[in-house]
Design a protein around this ligand. Sequence first.
Ligand code: TMP
Length: 219
Amino acid sequence: MQLELMQRGKFITFEGSEGCGKSTQIRRFVDHLKDCGLEVLTTREPGGTVVGEKIRHLLQFDQEAADMTPESELLLFAASRAQLVRSEIAPALERGTWVVADRFLDSTTVYQGIARGLDLASVKAINAFAVGETRPDLTILLDLDVEVGHSRAVAASAGKEDRMEAQPMAFFHSVRQGYLDLAKEEPGRIAVIDASVSIDEVTAAIQAEFAERVGEVGA
Ligand code: TMP
């Protein structure tokens, strides 16, 4: 019997602040990978599992959870991710499926560590515990002016803004700067894409970065 070594799938994450156009770009990017003949799993955070979706509701929409402390918030995001990594992401990568994630551990570093101001060493340790060895091969950071992103997000949520969207503008300025600082620390992994141009131009920029960093894919 011939044993074939299965090649691990690639793990690509998308990050960015509210209203940066992540969902649209992820849809287009995943379509492109599938057109290249790849099998792709798409995930979103918080959520993506039964445990994670309950945590998502608690974190974003449950009025009774309005007095949640930043420490609880951090641990809940980490718990949702720990479940998703072990039940979905790691097994998919193992069997050669590519994974495209709408947010991953950089969101926790930036939103809870930098914008909420929690101790960064603790955030790093909790992140590491939650994901283990499962780290992104490439991260696409969609960068956009905070005011533009906020007004897009408010329009999209049609009056039903969640707990995070209701934060003051200073919070989102810290988020944007936090992401840009992270990209400077890890330029090999994080590609910064200008999300202020047209949807098609953003898609083209993502594909160009991807081709340069990952190369040709598929059959
Ligand atoms: P989204 O589904 O629109 O991306 O919303 C998720 C919200 O949760 C967004 O405001 C970012 C926030 N968030 C964190 O604060 N920490 C995290 O670890 C993750 C995954 C998301």
